[in-house]
Design a protein around this ligand. Sequence first.
Ligand SMILES: [Fe+2]
Ligand SMILES: [Fe+2]
Length: 300
Amino acid sequence: MEPVVLVDLFDISKHLIAKKDTVVDFKMVHRLMEHGRHLKKTTVPFGETTLFKDFKNIFNEEKYFTIFTPYRINDEILGLARGAELTKEVFEELYNIKEHLPYTFRHMLLVTALIVKLSIDMKDRDYDPVSAVLIGLTHDLGKSRIPKDVLGKDTPLTKSELAILKTHTLLGYLLLCYYLGGSFNEVLDAARDHHEVLDMTGYPRGVGKIGKYTRLITPIDIFDALISERPYRGSSFTIRQALDFLIDQANTGRLDKEVVYHLISYVRKEHPRPGELLPYEKGTKLSRSDTAYGKIIPDA
Ligand SMILES: [Fe+2]
Ligand SMILES: [Fe+2]
């Protein structure tokens, strides 16, 4: 069954681009892409926006101190990110997210720093670190269209609220189609697929065949979501618990094992090579229901 847009979708200038209940089919996506294709694009390097200062500060977060040491690599990440270009409209979206959704903004910057780090380190996979910058910066763009009473809820989400929250992937994808046309395929795919997992139990499509950048971003996304606080989930996981969760997910064929092992190596002070990691000792066993979304309650 084809998905539908659960909210009226507006662009950054408040133009309605898709009405609530519109079916997201090939024709609809094509229409938005045609708009993006013909839009006169003014691109701006990330380093020339005031958001870049926030990005620099992300490396000083206490929880990420070991991960972003040694600093030498951070300079390389910053250098690549400084020159990465996005269009004016997409940066306007990011300014808007910074102002209204600071948790999401911080998360997007953090994911950017980590995905670029992985794309540099996993040389044999031939990643383009500049694409990784763009993917990190835009992957959760759709969160800005999720109603505040769902996104900012400070009590457990209901099943239908979770369903609404999950549409941020599709909304972000549609917005990026509308702004960029088909010229940034990897960016569009990652916005749509960054909650897909290898055993086909992810969303929005539940496909197991996922792009090479999506394989990088999914474990990072979960990792940061678990160790950070959210309005709907008071206490966050420790880094150790988050890694246990990721290892469990990798061992059951949901996440890319190699990416998870890189993350483990970043977290260990001596940064062993991922291939030389000793079997990771199991810590606290987490129940399957303890996900990044916290406990989910039935609809009232
Ligand atoms: Fe997301
Ligand atoms: Fe995310």
